[in-house]
Ligand binder design. Structure first.
Ligand code: BDR
Ligand code: CA
Length: 304
């Protein structure tokens, strides 16, 4: 089993990503760190705890940052609902968040003591990953890889050019792009390519209580539609870890735009090598959408 830490802002697609990680026998989720993103930190923390109660999983939850490094928080309640997980009546949480330490201290504790290198999965703004790496650079050799949902090869979904997770905290994204760890990225476009189509949504609905739960969330999710397909962006990051054969990945140089408010958070994946900089990331440029849907249903089915 690969030890894993997830930095997340549930978020309906975050909930799918967490469920996939929990369901997968190949992953040992050591720590969940809710960060401010889709909704505020109090809500992303409450959502993480509610989801774990539903999944009957016990995983330490240590809240991360309540705001980006330098900028004001942004939210996406228009996509995920006011609570961040609208559409299902979750049970009361059975565990509480650990507020005796910071998320980055908890990350340090896990990474510095793990015998096996730890995989970091970041599916929200990158604030806590940047802080962890800044405060504990000595831990980075024990990071197997950092797998991110974020950025866009072309146009964005928050700004004209900026994807939500990068646009929320561009400085953190820029710091993370420069880290000396293997960095793999699922950008906006692979989420768009791998939309869950009606036939797959119908299959998910049959997966017992977990299927009913996701069907409720999906009917409130505004990341696409149940008719034309739902964009499960964050699930792609977990698939990159567990089913890399589904993706085409390209080594390239990534810079993150910071200075101009019109472009802050834009991800410049230099696929044509214009800048002649060393590769610092692997970015997924294509995904086998049908294979991804089959994989997702099979893994969620383990929870049924
Ligand atoms: C990202 O933004 C959030 O709304 C989703 O949870 C995902 O992490 C997609 O741009
Ligand atoms: Ca997210």
């Amino acid at each position: 089993m690969r030890p894993v830490i997830m930095s997340t802002d549930p978020g309906i697609d975050d909930a799918v990503a967490i469920a996939l990680a929990v369901a997968s026998p190949a992953l040992d989720v050591k720590l969940l760190c809710p960060v401010a993103g889709n909704v505020d930190r109090a809500k992303t923390t409450a959502n993480t705890l509610k989801l774990l109660a539903f999944l009957q999983a016990t995983i330490p939850v240590v809240p991360g940052s309540a705001r980006p490094l330098l900028r004001a928080p942004q939210a996406a309640a228009d996509i995920h609902g006011e609570s961040g997980l609208d559409g299902f009546a979750f049970p009361q949480p059975t565990q509480v968040a650990d507020t005796t330490q910071t998320a980055v201290a908890a990350m340090h504790q896990v990474v510095s003591t793990s015998v096996a290198p730890v995989t970091l999965i970041a599916i929200g703004p990158l604030t806590d990953i940047a802080l962890f790496a800044h405060l504990y650079p000595e831990d980075l050799p024990n990071v197997a890889e950092l797998v991110i949902m974020g950025g866009a090869l072309g146009r964005g979904n928050l700004g004209v050019l900026a994807e939500f997770n990068f646009a929320c905290d561009p400085e953190a994204a820029a710091m993370v792009a420069a880290l000396p760890v293997p960095l793999r990225i699922a950008p906006l476009e692979v989420g768009q390519q791998a939309r869950l189509l009606p036939a797959t949504l119908a299959q998910i609905k049959t997966l017992g209580p977990v299927g009913a739960m996701f069907d409720g969330l999906f009917s409130h999710y505004r990341g696409g539609s149940m008719q034309t397909g739902l964009k499960m962006y964050d699930a792609l990051a977990v698939a990159l870890v567990l089913a890399p054969e589904l993706f085409t990945e390209v080594a390239t140089h990534l810079d993150v735009a910071l200075a101009d408010p019109l472009t802050a958070g834009a991800s410049l994946f230099d696929l044509k090598g214009y800048r002649q900089q060393a590769d610092n990331v692997h970015v997924a440029t294509a995904v086998d959408a049908a294979g991804f849907a089959r994989w997702l249903v099979a893994v969620l089915g383990k929870l049924a």
